[in-house]
Design a protein around this ligand. Structure first.
Ligand SMILES: [Zn+2]
Ligand SMILES: [Zn+2]
Length: 208
């Protein structure tokens, strides 16, 4: 059994997954939330930080937490280019709300200084994280960004990062680097029959 705790950090959710022997922190929020996350991570015995993708609202405390906890940072290789510049991948939208989010995000990309860090570990589809005390598997969910990933726990819960969002209802990413990939990832999520879904933005839901 894995226990999942959602930690709201402003408009972004970070999550803790507790396994038999330790925990994983999924995403790290925007600048300013590191001090909130640190004691929680210590209490839960976090052994790994996983970034669902390279956007700054998920990565800004990764370096701080990794250093303070003495644990590695893992992500997909295809998003490494975003760590120094979130504008390195296209950000597209077709719905009005998506266009608004895209414009706000672009402004944020330009105005925000990213603390530099290098991931310690690259994750791919099918990688198991039991080495870090948690029985969870990496699911590649490209589209929102090229290197977007999710994690599915042994009991079927799926953390999707920004591959899906839960604003008014559950929908595919409203902003994306590649629309076709994003829609394929939506279908992949359905096919995994998740028992629960946890999002980078919005409240969790049971099933899909
Ligand atoms: Zn994102
Ligand atoms: Zn986000």
């Amino acid at each position: 059994m894995s226990r999942i705790k959602r930690v709201p950090c402003g408009d972004v959710n970070c999550h803790l997954i507790q396994g038999e022997q330790g925990a994983i922190l999924v995403d790290t929020g925007r600048a300013g939330y590191g001090e909130k996350l640190l004691p929680l991570c210590q209490r839960w015995d976090v052994r790994l930080i996983v970034l669902t993708h390279g956007h700054l609202d998920h990565t800004q405390n990764a370096a701080f937490l990794s250093q303070r906890l003495g644990v590695p940072i893992a992500m997909h290789r295809a998003d490494r280019e975003l760590l120094t510049d979130n504008d390195r991948q296209p950000l597209q939208a077709h719905r009005p709300l998506g266009k608004l989010i895209r414009n706000l995000s672009r402004k944020g990309f330009r105005d925000t200084l990213l603390p530099p860090f290098q991931p310690d570990l690259f994750l791919e589809e099918g990688d198991e994280l039991s080495h870090f005390g948690v029985n969870a598997r990496v699911v590649a969910l490209p589209g929102h960004t090229a290197g977007s990933i999710g994690l599915q726990t042994e009991d079927g819960a799926l953390l999707v990062g920004d591959a899906l969002v839960h604003l008014f209802s559950v929908s595919p990413a409203l902003v994306y680097a590649d629309r076709r990939q994003m829609e394929e990832s939506m279908e992949k999520i359905r096919s995994l029959r998740p028992t629960a879904l946890y999002f980078g933005h919005g409240r969790p839901v049971q099933g899909l």
